[in-house]
Design a protein around this ligand. Sequence first.
Ligand code: SF4
Ligand code: SF4
Length: 206
Amino acid sequence: MYGFGIIKSLLLALQHFFGTYWDDFRYGRKRYKTPEGIAHRSSKNARGIFTIQYPEEKLPTPEEFRYIPFLLYEEGPNGEKVDRCTSCGICAKVCPPQCIWIVRSTEPVTGKPIPAPKEFYIDVDICMNCGLCAEYCPFDAIKMDHDYEISVYDRANNMYDKEKLSKPVSYYASIRPTNFVSEEKARKEVEAARAAAKAAQSTPSS
Ligand code: SF4
Ligand code: SF4
């Protein structure tokens, strides 16, 4: 029937309207600005219309959410930062808009290249958050961040340097716990296989 769809959509809007009051009645003040309320409104059980009171409250980001890449460093026993990056350049090669620049470290006397980044830049105005750099990095040294609150007044600040890009492995473990556990398991397996191969090579054959 002509117009039936319009009536149906209006009824649906009305249902959502009253559903909002029903959920407000059931959950009271807990519905807003509490982890429990946010979890409920993010779930399939939420009813009615709701508005996120950003920035006072924020929806939790899913683990696979990706924004700007960051570099991982291990925390040494004396608090020193040990970069995972070897400045191999693969991420810069695969980056579709070519927004990564790397300068490799060199040995001061001989000038020989050292597998560590001296400088590392990402132009976050150009980065399209595709995640290819993180996918291709053979050393798990670059990962996609969850932090999306990076607005600035001066765009000159959007050329992130190594200092700004670097975050500890513990931070990565906190935002992507499932990925972290599976990657660490794989890394340990590779290390164990390498150690076994080395031991086999050094064992004299009878
Ligand atoms: S982040 Fe990974 S892929 Fe990029 S230069 Fe460093 S080690 Fe290579
Ligand atoms: S997320 Fe994509 S666009 Fe951004 S730096 Fe990595 S590869 Fe380049």
